[in-house]
Design a protein around this ligand. Structure first.
Ligand SMILES: Cc1cc2nc3c(=O)[nH]c(=O)nc-3n(C[C@H](O)[C@H](O)[C@H](O)COP(=O)(O)OP(=O)(O)OC[C@H]3O[C@@H](n4cnc5c(N)ncnc54)[C@H](O)[C@@H]3O)c2cc1C
Length: 383
């Protein structure tokens, strides 16, 4: 565990609230541009969505237009970060394995859009893993990368501290931001600019501004399974993902699949279940997930929902290996926008990703935030 330095008296160029992936993305870009940066984190380490997710940096399937471009940009920056900080990429690419003709029609339509660039269709037999005989076709996307978030997020923080001189104040809750001063539970931090990245903390700094962004929270159930005894070639998804991820579900062709799934898998749809399977270094699989919505989600995992997730796993990959871990994660959601950069004051920004794609878009969003604060980004990262 990193040691917290004695409380600083420095006036920083930039203070960031929150050591999740969004806060760290801002810290990395700002420190790389030569700014003196401090990160204020209420816990002893990031412990929210950023370490509970799949670590699936996803491009294909993100909403067409600006958000898709943010994901492309973030993926490119992740590539630099992975190389520069010596992080381990578990696997690359996405394999969308579909079992229905309606899903094949979506994949064909997707490939006709600009988002299909670099993607192609495969026969199930082309994958080096035992897929269910029901799988008819596979969309391969080369853009994705998978990181073991619970390892990588602390590694990024430690690298920022060691290599780029970023200060971290842990066990330190930001209470208020005003005129270059951040009042915290441990004292006052001074900074020329402030970026607040509190994730789904809906009662934190600037809570009174959240209603205008329609922010609530989404709860997800996740599982870790034992190694299946083979390596995945990349992340695996299935038909259910085609009606959740906006890059597919907003295509006209998705209407027919929605109707079919409503009759064939109504419980999965009701619980917001779709399938993502990714793999770690030790061969274990992270498998999920489900989606339920509430301002204050309950903390309980339902066995019936895990069963639905495992049922979908079985339909694609056969009998699931034993369950090793179960956990719940939450993230901020809104039906008004996918993310926002609020400006409570001239030199203050409040950044929230209000959908389940913060790991995939954090760097692209951070570039926008920092540009709006007049930060000149490092040339090699600007690309
Ligand atoms: C189960 C699950 C699976 C997901 N899968 C993916 C995926 O595969 N790919 C993807 O792109 N996205 C995924 N997401 C979404 C993604 O994880 C989130 O969008 C992203 O992690 C949000 O990052 P964040 O830094 O904003 O929030 P967080 O990770 O919640 O970090 C916010 C940090 O701020 C701190 N904080 C809050 N308030 C204060 C305060 N007042 N003072 C000090 N510190 C404070 C918190 O302690 C926390 O560490 C998933 C999310 C979940 C829950």
């Amino acid at each position: 565990m990193m040691t917290t330095p004695s409380f600083p008296t420095t006036t920083y160029d930039l203070a960031i609230v929150g050591a999740g992936v969004v806060g760290l993305a801002h810290a990395y870009l700002a420190a790389s541009a030569g700014l003196r940066v401090v990160v204020i984190e209420r816990d002893g380490a990031a412990n929210g969505a950023s370490v509970r997710n799949f670590g699936f940096i996803t491009v294909t399937g993100q909403k067409r237009g600006e958000f898709y471009q943010l994901a492309r940009r973030s993926r490119a920056i992740w590539q630099t970060v992975i190389a520069e900080l010596g992080l381990r990429a578990e696997h690359e690419g996405l394999y969308m394995c579909v079992r229905r003709p309606e899903s094949e029609a979506i994949l064909d339509a997707f490939l006709r859009t600009e988002m299909g660039e670099g993607c192609r269709l495969l026969a199930p037999s082309e994958l080096p893993i035992p897929l269910s005989l029901d799988v008819r076709r596979v969309l391969h996307s080369p853009h994705e990368v998978r990181l073991e978030s619970r390892d990588v997020i602390p590694q990024v923080a430690e690298n920022l501290r060691r290599r780029l001189g970023v200060d971290f104040l842990y066990h330190c809750t930001a209470l208020d931001v005003s005129h270059g001063q951040i009042a915290t539970s441990l004292g006052t931090v001074r900074a020329r600019s402030v970026v607040v990245c509190q994730g789904d903390n809906l009662s934190g700094v600037f809570a009174s501004r959240l209603p205008s962004f329609g922010v609530s929270r989404c709860k997800l159930q996740m599982l870790r399974l034992a190694s299946p005894g083979y390596r995945l070639p990349g992340s695996i998804m299935s038909d259910l993902g085609l009606v959740r991820y906006l890059g597919y579900s907003e295509l006209d062709e998705a209407a027919a699949l929605k109707i079919r799934l409503e009759s064939e898998q109504p419980q999965h749809l009701k619980a917001g279940v779709h399938l993502i399977v990714v793999q770690g270094t030790d061969g274990s699989l992270v498998v999920g997930d489900s989606h339920s919505y509430d301002h204050t989600p309950d903390p309980f995992g339902l066995e019936a929902i895990d069963d639905l997730i495992l049922d979908e796993y079985r339909q694609v990959l056969g009998a699931p290996p034993p369950v090793l871990e179960r956990w719940i994660g939450t993230y901020a959601v809104s039906d008004q926008q996918l993310y926002f950069i609020d400006t409570p004051d001239t030199d203050v920004r409040h950044v929230v990703v209000t959908c389940g794609a913060g790991a995939s878009t954090a760097f692209g969003i951070a570039e926008k935030t920092l540009s709006s604060l007049g930060v000149e980004l490092h040339a090699t990262i600007v690309g």
